[in-house]
Ligand binder design. Structure first.
Ligand code: ZN
Ligand code: ZN
Length: 251
């Protein structure tokens, strides 16, 4: 068994693969618990994978699952590019065994240009909430600003990465400094920050209200309280059609 020392079980949301990994990949896949995860590691060479297990088939298979990926090179935040999005797919039932996303910063993206989209895999969950929470700069007529626009992500954007920005909570208290963007074990996007006490913390993207000179967090629960009036903020009974206080129609 000594030759299999570096074969690790790497978990995904719908199964796992057994693969030979480097120390670096092993570190990436370790999210703090006893298990290693595929999502932060990204795409492995098929010949490194010896077995895979599909939760849907409830069965272990020899060899690698199908790996499908695309390179959208889509700017999801200022100076942050979704470089690759991929899935490990069961050869038998086509269920997704694991998904991953790889992000790149624009200033390090020299080799990102050669996008070769493969057949459009059915995307399970487009990152809707990310798009809502990250305001794209659209002031194209602002002549004084030599900063970036959505259409021209020039080299100027490299000076203003998300890294190093102060992170404030909804009460305008500084809680830390942005470090990087990552994914958690459920494969949701998170912002990794260095907290005031020097330890690392992560914040779900949906909690981010605005990214500007600083990163402002919001209180997501507040905006989704059922029955809350958008006009006067009175909290109505759940299911109410109109605000008891001011009569505004509620959604
Ligand atoms: Zn299967
Ligand atoms: Zn109201």
């Amino acid at each position: 068994m000594s030759s299999e020392l570096r074969i690790k079980k790497l978990r995904g949301s719908g199964g796992y693969v057994m693969a030979r990994v480097t120390d670096e990949q092993q570190m990436k896949g370790n999210l703090g618990g006893p298990d290693l995860f595929l999502a932060p590691i990204g795409r492995l060479d098929a010949d490194k994978i010896s077995k895979h297990f599909c939760n849907t088939c409830e069965k272990e298979f020899e060899g690698a699952p199908k790996i499908e990926f695309e390179n959208p090179n889509e700017e999801v935040a200022e100076n942050l590019i979704l470089a690759e999005r991929g899935q490990y797919i069961c050869n038998t039932c086509e269920s997704s065994i694991a998904e991953y996303r790889e992000f790149k910063k624009q200033d390090e993206a020299g080799d990102v240009g050669n996008a070769k989209p493969i057949e459009a895999a059915p995307q399970v969950e487009p990152p809707q909430q990310v798009a809502e929470n990250i305001p794209q700069p659209i002031e194209e007529h602002e002549t004084q600003s030599t900063k970036e626009t959505t259409t021209q992500p020039g080299p100027a954007t490299s000076v203003s990465s998300i890294e190093g920005r102060a992170v404030y909570d909804e009460n305008a208290n500084k809680i830390g400094i942005a470090k990087q963007v990552g994914v958690d074990s459920t494969q949701s996007m998170v912002l990794v920050i260095t907290q005031n006490d020097g330890t690392e913390g992560s914040i779900p993207w949906k909690n981010i209200k605005k990214v500007g000179e600083i990163i402002l967090l919001g209180n997501p629960e507040e905006s989704v309280t059922p029955g809350k009036c958008s006009n006067c903020e009175f909290t109505n009974k759940e299911g109410s059609k109109f605000c008891e206080e001011c009569g505004t129609a509620l959604q």
